[in-house]
Each structure stands twice: as structure tokens, then as C-alpha cells.
Design a binder for this molecule. Structure first.
Ligand code: ADP
Ligand code: MG
Length: 347
């Protein structure tokens, strides 16, 4: 299947200067995002998911910088974009972001109707006049599942529950008419039933508006529900990328194995939840070998010495592990991973 690339990241490095020391947060990352797909980025907290996607919007904090690499989008390299004026053409209207805490995106002093109206005025100048704009505001509120839109549009963010606020943030994002919607753990702060509703809503809106969605989460259960493709991030780089089914049923990187094994739904009843032992590498130092090797009890000698390349598993699936080198000894995945593979056969 031939797919159109909407955003292409090539050899991207992102560093932060902190008290004279340099943290190498994103390490030589390449990734193509396809138009209309829903791509999930998963990985433990601190692996670089937010920093990576913030760089698409010029939202790195002051001490963050891109020493090399490209972020190609609609014929320009976003990694080279400096002026706020240029970023304003991208942010919202081309690439929009929904974050974990809706209050960081909402203005507590303005009604939500006014905030949606602002986005419409800025990004849909063809909609003119108070009434037409208000009608659009109410249309977006209805679309994100907020009833009584006329009354609700006059209310302030504090009058909404957490889940409803996140719906408002989604309405504002839609009003910007973006091509790509980045969802950075949008449901992490919400309770489980509300989480599921927001995920369903995003799925519907993706189809209706033909959005490309980049969905960041550390919850693989959420991934199963929304993603076409999954990219697994560890210590500032991807270690495995594939179709969601390939990552769930046929994963190849020991880090992905560990991540899947820690899924609560997969743990046996009564057993302790699997957790990944050890801590990720210190990114103030250059990483040697496979970044996951120190935490991998079955690491090969070469894992400690040389960084593995990506090996292709299928045309859509690749993993950055020496285990896929033809010369590698056979290492059995954990029992849970074998069970998953068996599930695919019967599915
Ligand atoms: N503004 C910042 N200044 C310095 N370091 C940062 C900053 N933002 C993120 N980092 C560091 O970059 C790494 C990746 O962080 P982040 O992208 O937030 O992880 P994730 O979203 O996967 O939890 C972490 O080591 C974090 O401490
Ligand atoms: Mg994050």
C-alpha cells in the first residue's frame, strides 16, 4: 500500500543545556508520519515523547535546541524555523496539540465560547459575523459531545469537569482546522470511563475531519484502541516501529517485550504486576551500545558495545536490536509474548 508521507523526521537530535551540561534528549531519530494515520508513540515517562512532538510546533523550552536533523512538513524544514511569525503559521492551523492537563490550554478568564470563537476567527476567516461564528462555536461543541451548546458556550473553564474541559480543548483544536493533531497523554488525568469516551471521540473526529493523529501514551491499552501504527520510544530514540498488530503480536525488541509484559490486562490474576527493573540511561552521557542493554537480563555482549541498526522484520515493521542480526543466538521472548503470538494465530 502506497502511503503519502505528511511529516518526515530525519536524523533529529534535540539537546537541552542545563547548568552548563548538555542533555541529549532525542538521539538521531528518523520517522515518517503518514497522512490520515493514527500513530501511537509509547514508552516510559522521560523517554522523550513530549520533547519529540513539541519540536514539531516550535515549543521546546528556551534551553532546548536542535543541533542537527530535519523535520520536513509541506516543503519546509521545521527544524530550521526560528521566527515566531513563521511558527504561528504552523501552530494550530497546520499542527495542533492536546495536552494532558486541559487547563494549560484554556484561559480561565474567558468563556469557552469566546475561546473557540478566537480560533475560528484566526483560522477560518471566511466565517464572518457574530451569528455565523456563534453557530460554528455551537456546532463544534455539539460535535465534541457537549449538550446545550448555547448555554455552555457562555460558561468558563472552571464550570466544566476534567473530561468536559478536554472536550472543549478538542473543540478549539478542531476550530483551527489542523492537518495533524498531536495528543500528548490526553486522557492520563481522567478516570477510566471518561478516558474511553475521549478516545472514542478522537477516533470519530479523525474519520470525519481526515486528521492525522500522533497519540502519545504510556498506556498500551489505549494504543490497542486507537493506533494504526505504534512507535516504541526508549531513551530518546525509537527501538521498534510497526503496525499495531505487529507490535502487539510479533514484537522483537526486548524493551517492547518488557513494556508489553507490564500491561496490567496481560498479567495473570493474583500475580504481581511486571515492572521493568532498573532505570533508563543518563542522557547527560553518550549512550554506548543498545540503550536498553543494562536493564536487559538477556543482553548479548555486542549490546553493551555497539549500537544496533534497525533491522526490517516486514516492510512495515522494524526493530533496533542485535537479536535480528542473522548471526545472533536465539533468545526466547518471555512467556507472555509467546502467548500473544499464539493469540494472533487464533484471532
Ligand atoms: N525543558 C526541559 N529542560 C531540560 N530537560 C528537559 C526539558 N523538557 C524535557 N527534558 C528532558 O528530556 C527528556 C525527555 O522528556 P519528555 O519528552 O518530557 O519525556 P516523556 O514525554 O516521554 O515523558 C527527559 O530526560 C526530560 O528530563
Ligand atoms: Mg510527556
Amino acid at each position: 500500500m502506497q502511503q503519502e508521507v505528511i511529516l518526515s523526521v530525519k536524523d533529529l537530535d534535540i539537546k537541552f543545556t542545563l547548568r552548563g551540561k548538555v542533555l541529549h534528549a532525542i538521539r538521531n531519530v528518523s520517522l515518517d508520519v503518514y497522512k490520515g494515520e493514527s500513530l501511537a508513540i509509547v514508552g516510559e515517562s522521560g523517554s522523550g515523547k513530549s520533547v519529540f512532538t513539541k519540536s514539531f510546533m516550535g515549543l521546546l523550552d528556551g534551553n532546548g535546541f536542535i543541533p542537527n536533523g530535519e523535520i520536513l512538513f509541506e516543503g519546509q524544514d521545521l527544524a530550521k524555523l526560528k521566527k515566531e511569525k513563521d511558527w504561528r503559521k504552523i501552530r494550530g492551523g497546520k499542527i495542533a496539540m492536546i495536552m494532558q492537563d486541559p487547563m494549560t490550554s484554556l484561559n480561565p478568564l474567558k468563556t469557552i465560547g469566546a475561546q473557540i470563537a478566537e480560533a475560528i476567527k484566526l483560522h477560518q476567516p471566511q466565517v464572518k459575523g457574530r451569528e455565523a461564528i456563534q453557530a460554528k462555536v455551537e456546532q463544534y461543541l455539539t460535535e465534541v459531545g457537549i449538550t446545550e451548546p448555547a448555554r455552555r458556550s457562555r460558561q468558563y473553564p472552571h464550570e466544566f469537569s476534567g473530561g468536559m474541559r478536554q472536550r472543549v480543548v478538542i473543540a478549539i483544536a478542531l476550530a483551527c482546522e489542523p492537518e495533524i493533531l498531536i495528543c500528548d497523554e490526553p486522557t492520563t488525568a481522567l478516570d477510566v470511563t471518561i478516558q474511553a469516551q475521549i478516545i472514542d471521540l478522537l477516533k470519530q473526529l479523525k474519520e470525519k475531519y481526515k486528521l492525522t493523529i500522533v497519540f502519545i501514551t504510556h498506556d498500551l491499552g489505549v494504543v490497542a484502541n486507537i493506533a494504526d501504527r505504534v512507535a516504541v520510544m526508549y531513551a530518546g530514540n525509537f527501538v521498534e516501529i510497526g503496525l499495531a498488530s505487529e507490535i502487539f503480536y510479533d514484537s522483537r525488541h526486548p524493551y517492547t517485550w518488557a513494556l508489553l509484559s507490564s500491561l496490567p490486562q496481560l498479567g495473570q490474576k493474583g500475580e504481581d504486576l511486571f515492572t521493568i527493573k532498573g532505570t533508563p540511561p543518563n542522557l547527560f552521557k553518550e549512550v554506548v551500545g543498545d540503550a536498553f542493554a543494562p536493564r536487559n537480563p538477556k543482553a548479548l555482549t555486542i549490546d553493551h558495545m555497539e549500537e544496533p541498526p534497525f533491522f526490517d522484520v516486514t516492510p512495515t515493521h522494524k526493530a533496533k536490536t542485535w537479536l535480528l542480526d542473522p548471526r545472533a543466538p536465539k533468545v526466547e521472548p518471555p512467556e507472555i509474548i509467546k502467548q500473544l503470538k499464539a493469540m494472533e494465530v487464533t484471532a
